[in-house]
Design a protein around this ligand. Structure first.
Ligand code: BDR
Ligand code: CA
Length: 316
């Protein structure tokens, strides 16, 4: 089994990711940490516990993390995820409590243990990268417990929160810059599952209507129905869930190693992931910036049908 930790801002599509990670037989979900993002931290935590209850995984420790970005004011996406972040669907909310540790401490402890046992962990951040930046700067030794980071965020070509920037990176650009820099310095292999592939793993309403017979399947159906109605479409992307698919089945994702930087200023481009797709063997001496020292495996294509089937088979 592959040990994983999810860092989430649950969120309808984080919920799709949690159901998959909690139920897939080849994943060992060690912990889930929460950050403010799509909605406020209290809603994120309650939604996360609710989804894990539905998945039949009350054993997975869940910790509260950063409520707000490192520097800029909080921004949310209730217009995409509903007032409560879980689409305001009719579903019993969890009454379970969280781990007593802060998210950064839970991450530190689980990763140090992984480093000690050699069972290295794949970290899957699906939220603004605030918790992960704090972790890597406060406890850099914990990175020894990481096999890799596969994060949802950014894009080579498009934005969603703005014309330039993707929501998770735009919400906390400083954190994203810290994480990419620290991952480069600490030698942690990093994959960016960005908007270039995010929308391509689609579950149709017809497929979703076949989901029944367990709380997990029922919740999964409601999530797809809600996302479909929000987008006025006859199906919906599982969003963050695709990043978990990429960890389970990496050969369904095409990636290329590119130097990546985060835009921290810019009138119109703050929060953009600047993916350097140039021919680096050419003469770059006139470029005052040079190459970013951090190379990231950037997702450029995905087998959406295969990942959608993987998700459907697992959540039901
Ligand atoms: C990302 O932002 C959030 O709204 C989603 O949960 C996803 O992680 C997409 O830009
Ligand atoms: Ca998310």
């Amino acid at each position: 089994m592959k040990p994983v930790i999810l860092d989430v801002d649950t969120g309808l599509d984080d919920a799709c990711a949690l159901l998959l990670a909690a139920r897939h037989p080849e994943l060992d979900l060690k912990a889930v940490t929460c950050a403010g993002g799509n909605v406020g931290l209290d809603d994120v935590v309650r939604n996360t516990l609710t989804v894990l209850d539905a998945a039949g995984r009350p054993d997975v420790p869940v910790a509260r993390g950063a409520a707000v970005p490192l520097l800029q004011p909080v921004r949310m996406a209730r217009h995409v995820h509903g007032a409560d972040g879980l689409g305001d669907i009719d579903w019993p909310r969890s009454t379970r409590t969280t781990d007593r540790r802060h998210a950064v401490e839970l991450l530190r402890d689980v990763l140090r243990e992984a480093a000690a046992t050699g069972e290295l962990i794949t970290l899957i951040p699906l939220a603004p990268l605030t918790n992960i930046a704090l972790l890597l700067r406060t406890y850099p030794d914990a990175a020894a417990g990481l096999r890799e980071i596969v994060f949802m965020g950014g894009a080579a070509r498009i934005g969603n929160a703005t014309a330039s920037a993707e929501f998770n990176i735009w919400t906390d650009p400083e954190a994203a810059a810290i994480v990419l820099t620290a991952a480069g310095e600490l030698g942690v292999p990093t994959t960016m599952y960005g908007l270039d592939v995010f929308y391509d793993v689609v579950v149709t309403l017809e497929q979703a209507r076949g989901l029944s017979g367990s709380p997990s399947a029922e919740l999964a159906r409601k999530l797809i129905e809600k996302r479909s109605s929000l987008y006025q479409s006859d199906g919906a992307s599982i969003g963050d869930g695709g990043a978990v698919c990429a960890v389970i089945d990496p050969s369904g994702l095409t990636t290329q190693p590119f130097p990546v930087r985060i835009e921290l200023s810019g009138s119109w481009s703050r929060g953009r992931t600047i993916v350097d797709t140039r021919d680096w063997s050419a003469d770059l001496t006139s470029d005052p910036h040079g190459l970013s020292p951090t190379k990231v495996q950037v997702a450029t294509a995905v087998d959406g049908k295969r990942y959608a089937e993987l998700w459907l088979a697992t959540v039901s």
